[in-house]
Write a new protein. Structure first.
Length: 147
């Protein structure tokens, strides 16, 4: 059985960042941020970026991004009261889906302490059927493609 370690992503490999403070409640019994919190950071980083860029309207928009796949590798622990930067890039754009690749960087550090991905399928809110990615969303995603 191989025990090879996954190499940590580096800051320069990401196109956008969102700073998130850890909270007291994020720590678990073992004194570090619990694994499920990382997924909320991924979701928050992506959706806040989409809202700020004007390509996601939570209440009046005709499309929504449904999460269909998530994954995270934990490389080193962090704990409250650290701040983290969530690095965002796009690994693949399909017709109606996008694979966001994310990494968690402790504030002012160059190497990720966790990294993973999130796949959104964009759907029509009324029918919940996939729709092609277009317009401002497509333009934003193209800017985030790595490499």
């Amino acid at each position: 059985m191989s025990t090879s370690r996954i190499p940590a992503s580096q800051r320069h490999e990401f196109r956008a960042f969102r700073r998130i403070p850890t909270r007291w409640a994020d720590n678990d019994l073992y004194g570090h941020v619990n694994n499920v919190v990382y997924y909320t950071w991924f979701d928050t980083a992506i959706n806040s970026m989409l809202i700020e860029e004007g390509v996601l309207d939570l209440h009046g928009g005709s499309i929504a991004g449904f999460v269909v796949e998530t994954h995270c590798n934990y490389l080193s622990p962090i704990s409250y009261p650290q701040e983290v930067d969530i690095g965002i890039r796009v690994g693949r754009i399909g017709t109606s889906s996008v694979r966001y690749e994310l990494a968690v960087f402790p504030k002012d550090e160059e190497h990720a302490c966790a990294q993973g991905h999130f796949v959104h399928v964009y759907v029509d809110r009324a029918t919940q059927r996939p729709v092609p990615i277009s317009g401002g969303l497509a333009q934003l995603l193209q800017r985030l493609v790595w490499p």
